[in-house]
Ligand binder design. Structure first.
Ligand SMILES: NC(=O)c1ccc[n+]([C@@H]2O[C@H](COP(=O)([O-])OP(=O)(O)OC[C@H]3O[C@@H](n4cnc5c(N)ncnc54)[C@H](OP(=O)(O)O)[C@@H]3O)[C@@H](O)[C@H]2O)c1
Length: 262
């Protein structure tokens, strides 16, 4: 697969590779079966159908008490608004510094097998979801930016991070026949445009916006075949986020801080 070749952009952190399994350059999410996007459960209080936090998140929150879990179905405006209210009440009048749009669904579909419903469903989660979440959380992000005053753009001031993927890069557009993911790739290319638009629009409000490719990672989406552990990818991403600034708002970086073409 074609590899991205550009060097780190100004302001990005040093890109020494964390000690972990080697990343196959150009590695992409492997084949995954088509899944319905809503994963309803039953809310224990109301009995209503809702999106329930996964087991791994629940374990994390039990282990680290500062972690608070708040339910959010990115495709439901009512759910996003309820989450904003909950976050606002937990912040006690302070602003929100960092919003990471991580939720997404994968989908394999060739030109022959792709269905309109699947395209729409993937776009709903991967594009409409992040815009909706960014839009609804904006007042809290603006509050954080105002609190920080004239400080330079950064993730500790106010930022939106959109989790993207290298296979959504229009310029790279590598291995279409080997990675036949029309819905997913197109949705992430659209998310990249959303990222650029948000970065341009929100810069003057003091809010940074950057797209990050996490690498090919061992998750449900990435599967066990992926070369990169979650820990390794997350370590790299945290180091990249810590180095983001005015110079890296509106750019597309990988988990090591290397610049990717849109
Ligand atoms: N893994 C990789 O190799 C790879 C490579 C490139 C980019 N990425 C990107 O990295 C991000 C994280 O991917 P991942 O590998 O962790 O994927 P994953 O294992 O499939 O997890 C995706 C998460 O998104 C959640 N989600 C899906 N639809 C949602 C909705 N409507 N509302 C709220 N949450 C929703 C899922 O919740 P449930 O657990 O409840 O289903 C799940 O926790 C994604 O944006 C993905 O596109 C991943």
């Amino acid at each position: 697969m074609g590899a991205s070749s550009s060097s780190s952009p100004p302001g990005s952190p040093a890109t020494s590779r964390p000690a972990c399994s080697p990343l196959q350059e150009g590695g992409a999410e492997p084949r995954a079966s088509w899944q319905p996007h809503a994963k309803p459960g039953l809310d224990s209080k109301s009995g209503a159908q809702c999106w329930l936090p996964g087991k791994a998140l629940q374990e994390l929150a039990a282990k680290y008490p500062p972690v608070r879990l708040i339910q959010l179905d990115a495709v439901s405006l009512a759910s996003v608004r309820a989450a904003v209210k909950e976050v606002e009440s937990q912040l006690n009048g302070r602003g929100l510094n960092l919003l990471i749009n991580n939720a997404a669904v994968n989908s394999y579909a060739t030109l022959q097998s792709v269905q309109p419903e699947e395209m729409i469903s993937v776009f709903t989660t991967n594009v409409v979801g992040p815009i909706q979440v960014a839009k609804e959380f904006l007042p809290l992000l603006k509050r954080a930016a105002e609190e920080a005053g004239k400080e330079e753009l950064s993730c500790s001031k106010a930022a939106i991070i959109n989790m993207s993927t290298k296979v959504g890069s229009i310029e790279l557009c590598f291995n279409v026949l080997e990675i036949p993911m029309y819905p997913y790739r197109a949705s992430k290319a659209a998310l990249n445009m959303v990222t650029r638009c948000l970065a341009a629009e929100l810069k003057d409000a003091g809010i940074l916006c950057t797209a990050i490719h996490p690498g090919w990672v061992k998750t449900d989406m990435g599967t066990e075949k992926a070369p990169l552990t979650v820990e390794c990818s997350v370590k790299g991403i945290l180091s990249v986020l810590a180095g983001l600034s005015q110079a890296t708002t509106g750019v597309f970086l990988d988990w090591e801080g290397k610049s990717l073409p849109w």
